[in-house]
Structures are given as structure tokens and as C-alpha cells.
Design a protein. Sequence first.
Length: 218
Amino acid sequence: MSRIADIALEFAGRGGKRLRPRLCKAVFDSLGGAGDLTQVMEAVECFHKASLVHDDIQDGDEVRYGRPSVWKEHGVPVAIAVGDWLVANGYRLIARSGFANAVRMLGATVASHLRLCEGQGDDLLGGAAKDYISICERKTGEAFALAAQLGALAAGADDAPYRRWGLAYGVLFQVNDDIADIGESDALLSQRADWSAKLSAISREIGFAFFGSQGNSV
């Protein structure tokens, strides 16, 4: 195995709540899916970790999971290759998953990744305020939408309602995250705390059915 693969897999195994693969599994199980979903869940996590590697480069973040981010530890060129490898490995895992809908699953993944890249690009290029929700949907919502969609497709079910649910949950996730980044003035802190509490309560309510009692809050 190459050094890039070693770095990528080590990073993929680091911290995180694994919300996206857990959502994928929850949808699959709720639909009575048959078969081993492990490779699909691993693919979903690979996609998420790839986005973190690239995000850290774009945002200049030097720490991830309490350790130097991949670009900080290995340099930007290596980090770009690591992120790319994780995406490619995710496609490989889905292709090898053995599900009858594997081709549809790959098609859904490609379409989702195109939308995600467009949303991230619009955010980096300074999207207008009126486009905020659209950017949230494409930048963050897509990862949750795809996770739910893949679980439904693997189970041989209609993926549309699960994709819509995942997209909505992802928007809540991003909005709450953005609120947490608001400045630290007393007035803003009060407003931030109020909205964060409301959004967390909403996310717990709509996420409970999928995530159970652990890790269901944004």
C-alpha cells in the first residue's frame, strides 16, 4: 500500500461521531435491508474525511481532532492527494459492495459530489446572503442527503424521501455550526445561545428516529 493510502486511512480512522455512516445504516435497517453495508458505510466516512482534509487546506485550519491537520503535518500537495485518494477509495468501496443497486449508488454519489463542490465553491467565492440556504444544502446538506440516499438504495427502496430528510438535517447542522462561529460580543453571545438551543432541540427531535439516544444532536 502507498504512503498516501497509509496517511489517508490513518486520518479516516481518527475521531468524529460517524453521524453520516450511522445515518446510512439507520435508513438501511429501517427499510429492512439485507446484506453487509460495511463497505458503503466506510465509503460514506471516506467522503466525509476527504472533505475535512480539503476544507482544512481552504480554511487554513492547522488542527483537526486535537492533532495537526493533514496539510499542516504533511504539506498541502500531500494533503490534496490524500483527500483525492479518500474520494476514489469511497467509489471503489461502493462498486465492490455487492448490492444490486451499486451502479445507481455510484451515480447518486457522483451527482451529490458535483453539487457539494459547487456549494463549497460558491461559499469560497463569497456567495450572496440570499443564497445562504442553497449553499448550506450543497456544502453540508449533500453529505447527509447522500448517506441517507445510499442506505435507501442499498435496501432497494425509494431513496427520494430519505434524501430530502438528510438534506434538511444537513442544513440544520451547518446553520448551527455557523451560529457557533458568531463573534463573542455580549449581545451576539446571547443571541447565539438562544438560536443554538433551538436548533439543537429541533435536530434532536428529527434525528432521534435515526440516531437513537446517542450522538443525535448537531
